[in-house]
Design a protein around this ligand. Structure first.
Ligand SMILES: [Zn+2]
Length: 429
């Protein structure tokens, strides 16, 4: 590659350079078997103004801030290629440094920036192209961050479960594993079938297939069946009100997997599921002041007890509806048993908050917002614990052990699932 040398040796801060795309570059790339997409990414013109302005071969242009370019210099002094990590020393780096000149290689595939402190940076056109600051490029990048969530239709219109996955398929085929995780992220719920009824370690195997199980103070796998001295109301045959699990964790486990080994005979034991994003949206429309109360007033979420001889006392403060900086709901905390009687907010907020919670609950219980599904033996019900409120209708624990309802659960974290989604999606391209 022959860099095109500029004819001017000095930089005028608002001019510059350069041509050039040589058509011969494309044919050379074709001979080397370069992917057609990569072949198209080339720079035809570079100019230094307030930003570095690049014109792409196909005619559009992009701006790159100079400080960003220097911060992301790809030379061995500034970037360690094996660890893919920036090593620019931020303590000594002059972020006001200006380029002396910019050049584009003959084939348009490399942009070279020479800085006034004699440092030289080279960037591939493809690398720059995928890091454009224009909205379309940012959207493409953000699609690798999180999937867009699909808010449920009314319960009658929502096919449930929308998708079933083969446990064996997910365990043995990366494509099926990816599809299951994508469905969990978009729709919030997915059922796996064919998981058998006799292995209590099945959910662990599934968690290990993604990454690793998320441990809580209840352990790793947890068994949900009636216990003599329960540390949690889930361990009884009583109905469980709609809730999200573990709201008292700052790092709340992201996905709940419930493997049914034995289901309650006859009436009872159905799982109830509600898309809290749908309900939060309804509340915002019908009662904006209640929505504001539930999304701003912090609640003291708590859990206290002893498990396996180990005492625990968890506490986390957060609103019921948690919005991110863009106003999108990213987490819902909702659990009647796990809300502390300490409510450490100014007294005048309390009554409003109760009215708001009541309204939210009534919306959640509305028939068109609630789906019922009685998970069958051999199935794993998996759902987003930051989004889906779940409950269980009451059942009578059988005296005969053989007929006892028995569910084994485990958690996964979204960080690990999203990481696996990215790795598998990249491989599929
Ligand atoms: Zn460098």
């Amino acid at each position: 590659m022959q860099p095109l040398r500029p004819t001017l040796g000095k930089l005028l801060a608002n001019t510059f350079i350069t041509k050039v795309h040589q058509r011969s570059g494309s044919s050379a790339a074709a001979k080397l078997g370069v992917h057609p997409q990569q072949r198209r990414v080339a720079v035809s013109r570079a100019r230094l103004q307030r930003h570095l302005e690049l014109t792409w071969l196909q005619g559009s242009s992009s701006s790159f801030p100079l400080t960003w370019l220097r911060d992301n210099c790809q030379c061995p002094k500034c970037f360690h290629p094996d660890s893919k990590s920036r090593t620019v020393d931020w303590a000594t780096c002059d972020i006001t440094i200006k380029p002396k000149e910019v050049q584009v290689s003959d084939d348009g595939k490399t942009v070279i920036v020479d800085w006034l402190d004699a440092h030289s940076s080279r960037y591939s056109a493809e690398w720059l192209h995928s890091r454009r600051f224009e909205e379309d490029a940012r959207k493409k990048w953000l699609s690798t961050y999180k999937q867009e969530k699909e808010i449920w239709q009314s319960a009658e219109e929502t096919e449930f479960p929308r998708k079933r996955f083969s446990f064996e398929g997910v365990m043995s085929d990366d494509g099926q594993l990816l599809q299951w995780m994508l469905e969990l992220e978009r729709f919030g719920v997915a059922v796996l079938e064919g998981a058998g009824c006799d292995d209590e370690r099945t959910v662990r195997k599934l968690a290990d297939r993604v990454a690793f199980i998320r441990r809580t103070h209840y352990g790793e796998e947890f068994s949900v069946k009636s216990k003599m001295e329960p540390s949690n109301v889930a361990y009884t045959g009583q109905a469980l009100q709609l809730h999200t699990d573990l709201p008292y964790y700052e790092y709340k486990p992201g996905v709940n997997m419930l493997h049914c080994l034995v289901q309650a005979e006859g009436e009872g034991g159905e799982n109830q599921l509600v898309d809290s994003l749908r309900v939060a949206g309804q509340l915002k429309q019908s009662h904006p002041e209640f929505y504001k109360a539930l999304s701003t007033i912090p609640v003291d979420w708590t859990d206290e007890g002893v498990e396996e001889g180990r005492p625990f006392r968890s506490l986390y403060r957060a609103p019921v509806i948690c919005e991110d900086s863009t106003g999108k709901v990213f987490r819902v905390n909702y659990s009647q048993p796990q809300r502390d009687s300490h409510f450490s907010v100014p007294v005048e907020q309390v009554e409003t908050w109760y009215l708001a919670l009541k309204q939210f609950t009534q919306l959640m219980l509305r028939a068109d917002n609630r789906v019922e599904y009685k998970v069958k033996p051999g199935e794993i019900l998996s759902f987003d614990n930051l989004r889906i409120c779940h409950g269980r209708s009451g059942y009578t624990p059988a005296v005969n052990q053989i007929y006892e309802r028995h569910i084994v659960g485990a958690y996964l974290d979204w960080d690990e699932i999203r990481c696996r989604i990215r790795v598998l999606s990249q491989r599929e391209q």
